[in-house]
Design a protein around this ligand. Structure first.
Ligand SMILES: *[C@@H]1O[C@H](CO)[C@@H](O)[C@H](O)[C@H]1NC(C)=O
Ligand SMILES: *[C@@H]1O[C@H](CO)[C@@H](O)[C@H](O)[C@H]1NC(C)=O
Ligand SMILES: *[C@@H]1O[C@H](CO)[C@@H](O)[C@H](O)[C@H]1NC(C)=O
Ligand SMILES: *[C@@H]1O[C@H](CO)[C@@H](O)[C@H](O)[C@H]1NC(C)=O
Ligand SMILES: *[C@@H]1O[C@H](CO)[C@@H](O)[C@H](O)[C@H]1NC(C)=O
Length: 393
């Protein structure tokens, strides 16, 4: 015999379970909605509410559910070489496709980073050296921690990353660009900065991308050397006049020598060039360089070539991203919505001739190596083509 109160108790359990299942299923259909956690409404009943335990969501639950979601989401997905999700995720002993962009501030990396992040299943390690501040890392003493952080992240190892995580807690833009992670952080803020959660979540993703603006290329060889990472490294270069013009308007830049001194920027460009020559010899299939100006003038062609290099398929989302982000100017200062054919060159109108000359005088060698030409006079400046050919040799 089932008593009335026993029946009620069973019903309440059933209702709770039902809501919980509905909740999980809704997340499947709209994985990135921000549904707040709501297990049950209070039960409206004449009878006293029977006591029961509200199921507590644990890190293991979230990971398990995400695993289930990824399985479904990528069942029909066209992976490179006709392989499967499990061949690419660390959680299943696979090898992710790892793409690293090495560049410096205001060199077009927001755009390129977002292009890579348009690939479904990409986990975006955005500016992982943010906690180092406005500095360029060229060697000891900072290099060791920087390289170790980058390697850890590429391996989805968030343990022993306290320097990084505690910075992130108060500077959330460390994570907000990683949309797929940030979505979980919004739903489960209690787990967001937990190393176990981050490591397990990251390991479910087949594509891992990273853009780094604080580490010079010579040091990035440490990543290429690590065979277990099998990482591809792209050096992104921009005309120093365009870079410095853009930096003038960032409040964190003026007065910081690594940021606003043309001679430091251009010395780095020269050393990046030497490193590029070296890496191209040693890692011909895993290293590549590109200029922001070339990318912007023909984004479709260059993105195809770059994806080929990275070993990624050009997904329709990537095409959609290019369609919507290369044709019109709108949005804020770090916006990637722009007329891509003009965006790299607007410094010609925003700097006066003496400012341009000052940069050019400090950048003679760098400009020669990377194929940038000097302006002859004020009127020439406004209309000339600053880009010519270059070779890495
Ligand atoms: C909840 O109900 C169980 C029996 O179903 C009882 O043993 C327990 O003491 C109750 N707890 C509270 C806090 O009332
Ligand atoms: C891909 O993964 C399957 C198992 O999930 C495995 O049998 C196969 O060998 C893997 N292929 C490659 C190329 O790693
Ligand atoms: C992270 O979560 C795990 C598993 O729930 C827990 O054991 C660990 O103490 C948490 N770490 C921190 C720093 O809160
Ligand atoms: C060029 O711009 C700089 C900085 O805005 C200014 O100090 C300088 O006077 C300008 N030079 C000329 C010739 O307009
Ligand atoms: C500026 O330079 C261009 C190209 O060398 C030249 O044709 C033009 O006469 C120059 N203008 C002035 C005002 O010197």
């Amino acid at each position: 015999m089932v008593t009335v109160s026993g029946f009620l108790r069973i019903s309440v359990f059933a209702v709770c379970g039902f809501f919980f299942i509905v909740f999980l299923n809704q997340r499947d259909v709209h994985p990135y909605t921000k549904a707040p956690i709501k297990y049950t409404e209070p039960i409206q009943d004449e009878e006293p509410t029977p006591n029961f335990t509200i199921p507590v969501v644990t890190i293991a639950d979230v990971i398990k559910h995400q695993k289930f979601y990824m399985h479904k989401r990528f069942a029909e997905f066209q992976f490179p070489s006709n392989l499967k999700l499990s061949n690419f995720t660390l959680a299943t002993g696979g090898q992710p496709i790892r793409s690293v962009v090495i560049t410096t501030w205001r060199s077009g990396s927001t755009f390129l980073g977002d292009v890579l992040n348009a690939v479904p299943g990409n986990f975006y390690h955005y500016e992982p050296l943010l906690n180092f501040g406005i500095v360029q890392i060229r060697g000891p003493p900072l290099a060791q921690l920087a390289i170790s952080n980058l390697k850890n992240l590429l391996k989805c190892n968030y343990y022993d990353m306290q320097n990084y995580l505690s910075y992130g807690k108060t500077h959330i833009y460390l994570f907000t660009h990683n949309l797929r992670l940030w979505n979980e952080c919004e739903q489960y803020p209690q787990f967001c900065w937990n190393a176990t959660f981050l490591s397990e979540f990251c390991k479910l993703y087949p594509f891992q991308s990273m853009k780094v603006v604080r580490l010079r290329l010579k040091l990035a060889e440490e990543l290429l050397k690590d065979e277990s990472l099998n990482v591809k490294v792209l050096l992104l270069i921009r005309d120093p006049r365009g870079t410095l013009q853009s930096r003038k308007h960032r409040e964190w830049c003026p007065g910081v020598s690594d940021c606003d001194h043309p001679d430091l920027l251009c010395t780095d460009m020269v050393s990046d060039y030497s490193a590029a020559v070296d890496l191209q010899k040693k890692y011909s299939n895993r290293f590549r360089a590109i200029r922001y100006e070339d990318l912007s003038l023909d984004p479709y062609k260059h993105v195809r070539e770059l994806f080929d290099f990275f070993g990624l398929n050009v997904h329709q989302n990537v095409i959609n991203f290019l369609d919507s982000h290369t044709k019109a100017n709108s949005g804020g200062v770090s916006s990637t919505f722009r007329d891509s054919k003009n965006a790299p060159f607007h410094w010609r109108n925003d700097l006066n001739f003496s400012e341009v000359q000052y940069i050019e005088d400090n950048c003679e060698k760098a400009m020669k190596l990377w194929g940038y030409v000097r302006a002859k006079n004020e009127s020439h400046l406004r209309e000339f083509n600053p880009v010519t050919s270059y070779v890495i040799d």
